[in-house]
Ligand binder design. Structure first.
Ligand code: NAD
Ligand code: ZN
Length: 248
């Protein structure tokens, strides 16, 4: 383990262009549960029944009640953990320029990272499905479910539901960055949701080192990633940053 931490620090010390791809796992230590895996939400509910845009259109009250209300409670309380702060520190050290995140919780920005591509959108805002009026999620009243805009339209989070497209500008910019970085850090993602899971593949094909931090092996381990640092995002990221600070 110590060897791999040291190896990651050296890879980062040598690199000028570094990007990161993060997933739900990086926010687990901020008490936001992941969707997949142990304790994940999908063990309890079927994603196609609640996280697909057709399900939302069919019965927005049901999706608000079971999925969105709970997410709002959890995300309202969440604060960045050592992994988010470690990535912000890497940016200060000029060893990370862009974070591509699948998360919708805004914790990278709260930690101080300045260039965050929100691949699956953001939970910070709600948008009326009828007139496109936007409202910060923190200001949405839950007295009525689903919450309604003044025009009578239903509010939806500005997240990408299953069945919806990734915003094309986010996809294009992520692909551009992934194919030009020298190191791609992949933290806390099971790499099973397309097209996000293709980002590290692009980096690998373009000659970058792909470093994974995850307590469990993933779809990338042993094929796309050069090595897996098997542990929790917070501790592993802080240890890498500490080693890097000794090196540079
Ligand atoms: P995922 O739920 O598929 O997988 C989570 C991954 O995190 C797993 O590989 C797991 O081993 C790993 N993990 C668990 N604890 C960890 C820890 N302490 N440190 C590091 N890794 C840990 O997540 P996904 O691949 O990101 O895909 C699910 C989709 O749902 C994504 O779009 C994701 O953004 C979204 N989602 C977002 C949030 C959030 O915004 N915080 C929360 C849940 C799901
Ligand atoms: Zn409206």
């Amino acid at each position: 383990m110590n060897d791999l931490i040291e190896r990651a620090a050296q890879d980062l010390a040598r690199a000028k262009k570094v990007a990161a791809l993060t997933g739900a796992g990086i926010s687990v230590e901020s008490k936001i549960p992941p969707f997949r895996g142990k304790g994940g939400l999908w063990e309890q509910i079927d994603p196609m029944e609640y996280a697909h845009i057709d399900a939302f259109r069919r019965d927005p009250a049901k999706v608000w009640e079971v999925l969105i209300k709970g997410m709002k409670d959890v995300i309202d309380q969440a604060r960045p953990n050592a992994a988010h702060l470690g990535l912000a520190r890497l940016e200060e050290l000029n060893r990370l320029q862009t974070i591509i995140t699948q998360n919708v919780d805004g914790l990278h920005q709260m930690a101080g990272s300045s260039d965050v591509i929100e691949f699956h959108g953001s939970f910070a805002w709600q948008r009326c499905m009828q007139c496109d009026e936007r409202l910060p999620t923190q200001k949405v009243s839950l007295d009525r479910i689903p919450p309604l805009c003044q025009c009578g339209g239903v509010y939806r989070p500005e997240c990408v539901f299953f069945g919806e497209m990734i915003p094309p500008e986010h996809l294009a910019r992520s692909q551009h960055i992934a194919s030009r970085c020298e190191v791609m850090l992949v933290i806390g993602t099971s790499a099973t949701v397309q097209p996000a899971s293709y980002i590290p593949v692009l980096s690998k094909q373009s000659g970058a080192k792909v470093i994974e931090i995850n307590p469990e092996p993933t779809a990338l381990t042993g094929s796309v990633s050069d090595y897996l640092i098997a542990g929790k995002a917070g501790e592993m990221t802080s240890r890498i940053v500490a080693s890097l600070e000794r090196l540079i």
